[in-house]
Design a binder for this molecule. Structure first.
Ligand code: CAA
Length: 253
């Protein structure tokens, strides 16, 4: 799958690699990138061969330095923006992707860049990563989910601290706050993400999907409902296990 201006999509075995590719503009998130990313994430979602996807940024300086500020004043009207969201709801699509998503973060991870990362299930940071949500300082609020995703990950006080001050913070702080689960030296970042993807893709893909679903959906439920969800997902996994084992054995022989 190719032909995108702003995103590189590669499939290696069971792992999809999605690279934000506007290094000259620190991979700023543009309208074109939204459209390309929508196509790519739709393809990931529909592809059963893909067991896990790794998102990263091209170039040395950034995963993504936020929304493209040169498009700021050319934003469509609220009505048009709502209509576009109806057909190309990228953030809604991220929530529907059943495979685990890993964000490999280096350099600047600002605004929409951090928001894209927060839609992933796992985040690994390079030791040079710089995070921040500058939106309020620009007179806006995050529009790609951070007001909802960040408190779920980092808790309310830390989220509001970051959101209202707009201050930048480093990988160590992101780790302490649970925003990333690992920090590695910059030169090891992509190898570490690949290794994590390799481990995940080596497991039964149905188990990985159900585990992700149980955690992600359970977070919005009461404990009782969450336990019920877990029981149901575990039961459906067991029910389909013989068919899956047969398929795997056939593939291996
Ligand atoms: N949009 C468009 N272009 C951007 C950009 C952005 N968000 N961030 C960087 N660039 C471009 C620069 O204009 C520059 O282009 P030229 O070489 O053509 O001049 C190039 O990328 C390199 O950037 P800098 O020279 O500025 O690099 P630096 O190392 O000096 O500074 C930086 C890096 C601190 C990240 C600085 O570029 C910066 O502050 N960028 C803007 C960050 C920002 O405010 N992002 C928007 C957040 S708001 C949001 O994302 C949510 C929303 O919904 C609007």
């Amino acid at each position: 799958m190719d032909g995108f201006d702003t995103v590189i999509y590669e499939k290696k075995g069971h792992v999809a690699h999605v690279t934000l590719n506007r290094p000259h503009a620190l991979n700023a998130y543009s309208v074109k990138m939204r459209d390309d990313l929508f196509e790519v994430m739709s393809a990931v979602r529909a592809d059963d061969e893909v067991r896990v996807a790794v998102l990263k940024g091209a170039g040395e300086k950034a995963f993504c330095a936020g929304a493209d500020l040169t498009e700021f004043l050319t934003a469509p009207s609220v009505v048009r923006a709502r209509r576009i969201r109806g057909v190309r709801d990228l953030w809604g699509l991220f929530l529907k992707v059943p495979q685990p998503l890993i964000a490999a973060l280096h350099g600047y991870v600002l605004g929409s860049g951090l928001e894209i990362a927060l839609f992933c299930d796992l985040r690994i940071a390079a030791d040079d990563a710089v995070f921040g949500l500058p939106e309020v300082g620009l007179g806006i609020i995050p529009g790609a989910g951070a007001t909802q995703t960040l408190p779920r990950v980092a808790g309310l006080p830390r989220c509001l601290d970051m959101l209202l001050t707009g201050r930048r913070f480093n990988a160590e702080e992101a780790y302490r706050y649970g925003i990333v689960s690992r920090v590695v030296p910059r030169e090891r970042l992509f190898a570490a993400a690949d290794e994590m993807a390799r481990q995940i893709s080596g497991h039964d893909p149905a188990a990985a999907r159900k585990a992700k679903q149980a955690v992600a959906r359970g977070l919005d439920m009461s404990l009782e409902q969450g336990l019920e969800l877990e029981r149901n997902l575990a039961a459906s996994l067991m029910k389909n296990r013989p068919a899956r084992s047969k398929k795997t054995n056939k593939q291996m022989s």
